[in-house]
Design a protein around this ligand. Structure first.
Ligand SMILES: *[C@@H]1O[C@H](CO)[C@@H](O)[C@H](O)[C@H]1NC(C)=O
Ligand SMILES: *[C@@H]1O[C@H](CO)[C@@H](O)[C@H](O)[C@H]1NC(C)=O
Length: 233
């Protein structure tokens, strides 16, 4: 936080691209992947003192009145998106459901599940050990889907997933971690192609993740852009 240099990495508008829902029929479920902008409590279940947790006041003062793990005083982005397509709020955090297969399956089939975790990035190397990485979030979804399929059958589950919304919002933490590390390096250590190589790895990794979700049955994606991001160093 030394010299007050403000490094603005990306200035892009935040857009939520939600496929048009025909009529007022609610999609069967919403599955959420990403970082603290979407986390509704997963990090409260992660061990370790370095984990970012929104488990104290004033988080949650306006909704629901107590801290839930949302990094917000009230609804977060996942809640607003879910509400805009007919749900009461974001689906609950995976780690609050995982201990009971029947609760997990029931929730996954009727509302959806949130795998989002504060500090997560697109890359596994972003904040390792302090978050549920995006690849682990997809792995948890895969495990959820297997359990859903053993209850309802693969065909019915695939049909239901194809009509559900897959909300994804992640990327800022990769940029934060990269920029902080770059800032720490001397000019001589910085390579002119570092930034291009970094972007290429983030984009290819993000693309691979979306394709994995597609393979697992996702068809309707809502992707949130990386938000305006400033580093104060
Ligand atoms: C920057 O360098 C200092 C001193 O070596 C180190 O303690 C710190 O963790 C580094 N920060 C980052 C973001 O790499
Ligand atoms: C999902 O899990 C199954 C086995 O449980 C595995 O064969 C498959 O590769 C996994 N798919 C993805 C996309 O992770």
């Amino acid at each position: 936080m030394g010299d007050g240099l403000v490094l603005c990495l990306l200035v892009v508008s935040m857009q939520v691209l939600v496929p048009v829902v025909v009529g007022s029929r609610r999609p069967p479920a919403i599955y959420v992947f990403g970082d603290s902008t979407l986390d509704v409590g997963n990090n409260n279940y992660l061990p370790g003192k370095d984990v970012a947790r929104a488990n104290r006041s004033p988080y949650g003062v306006d909704f629901p009145g107590v801290p839930t793990g949302r990094f917000s005083n009230g609804y977060n982005t996942a809640d607003y998106v879910a509400r805009s397509i007919g749900f009461v709020s974001s689906p609950p955090p995976y780690l609050s459901l995982a201990k009971s297969s029947s609760l997990l399956v029931l929730t996954a089939l009727t509302a959806g599940v949130s795998y989002a975790s504060g500090d997560a990035g697109i890359l596994d190397s972003t904040n390792p050990g302090k978050t549920i990485s995006l690849s682990r979030q997809v792995h948890y979804f895969n495990a959820t889907k297997s359990k859903m399929a053993s209850t309802l059958g693969s065909r019915a589950v695939n049909a239901m997933l194809s009509r559900s919304i897959f909300l994804v919002g992640v990327g800022s933490n990769d940029l934060f971690v990269f920029a902080a590390a770059q800032q720490n390096r001397s000019a001589a250590e910085r390579q002119s192609d570092d930034v291009a190589a970094f972007y290429a790895s983030v984009v290819s990794s993000y693309s691979a993740t979306i394709q994995e979700l597609y393979k697992l049955g996702a068809r309707r994606f809502a992707v949130i852009n990386v938000a305006v991001l400033c580093l104060f160093l």
